[in-house]
Design a protein around this ligand. Structure first.
Ligand SMILES: Nc1ncnc2c1ncn2[C@@H]1O[C@H](COP(=O)(O)OP(=O)(O)O)[C@@H](O)[C@H]1O
Ligand SMILES: [Mg+2]
Length: 225
């Protein structure tokens, strides 16, 4: 089953600047996909559109069997909170919340009761290797630790698909590799579909398949393993 489909999708920013142009690709459930391409090739634009964080001008996007064109904003929001996770290059943790509170937050938005929130958040903090750091503030953690908090926060709602925009860009090589191995493990154990962007060949090799963009268009797709 395809979990994500782009059909000739175009996004034009202000001043006629094209973000992506007639971009078509699809992702099957359970894949671990890398979106590659140089800076400005449209990776962020494509990921933001796919996750329902941004709109588009032409074409069709299907996410989890829903056409994003036909959804109202509150329906996109519900889909995103329920089944989609997003990880950012700059972690985007809430600075005034502890590690535990950051991870619990998506469940609070879904009105999950406190006891269950705590239990799930603690489980995921342990799963990403941060047990014991629950009461730390984000600024008391390394970049790699903050990104693992972001992974726990993305996984806590048990989404079907996680989008990660250059998740390793601010990490050193060893920490980046740990993060990618974590993606691989979660992909295998939980069946979560991952799509991460990067232009680093060392990062791309962790994917099952690489979709390469250039100037907002598809350059090629290649199976890795
Ligand atoms: N908010 C924006 N306003 C105008 N142009 C933008 C905006 N965001 C991205 N672009 C343009 O869209 C193209 C694709 O950008 P982007 O998706 O950020 O690429 P990447 O993530 O691969 O670096 C670039 O030419 C970029 O300048
Ligand atoms: Mg980008």
């Amino acid at each position: 089953m395809n979990i994500l489909e782009f059909k000739e999708v175009s996004k034009i920013y202000n001043q006629d600047q094209a973000g992506i142009q007639e971009l078509s690709f699809s992702v099957r459930e359970g894949e671990l996909i890398a979106l590659a391409g140089p800076s400005g090739s449209g990776k962020t634009t494509a990921l933001n559109i796919a996750a329902g964080l941004d709109d588009f001008n032409r074409g069709e996007v299907n996410l989890l069997n829903c056409s994003l064109l036909n959804l109202k904003p509150d329906e996109v929001l519900r889909l995103r909170r329920g089944q989609v996770g997003f990880i950012f290059q700059s972690y985007n943790l809430l600075p005034v919340l502890t590690v535990l509170e950051n991870v619990e937050y998506p469940l609070a938005l879904k009105r999950v009761r406190q006891a269950e929130r705590m239990k799930k958040a603690k489980t995921w903090i342990k799963e990403v290797g941060l047990e014991g750091l629950e009461s730390r503030m984000p600024n008391e953690l390394s970049g790699g630790q903050q990104q693992r908090v972001a992974v726990a926060r993305a996984m806590v709602t048990e989404p079907k698909i996680i989008f990660a925009d250059e998740p390793t860009a601010n990490l050193d090589a060893t920490t980046a590799e740990m993060l990618l191995k974590l993606f691989q493990r979660l992909n295998e154990d939980q069946g979560t579909t991952f799509i991460f962007s990067s232009h680093d060949p060392r990062v791309l090799k962790f994917a099952n398949r690489v979709i390469t963009l250039t100037d907002g268009k598809l350059l090629n797709e290649s199976a890795m393993n």
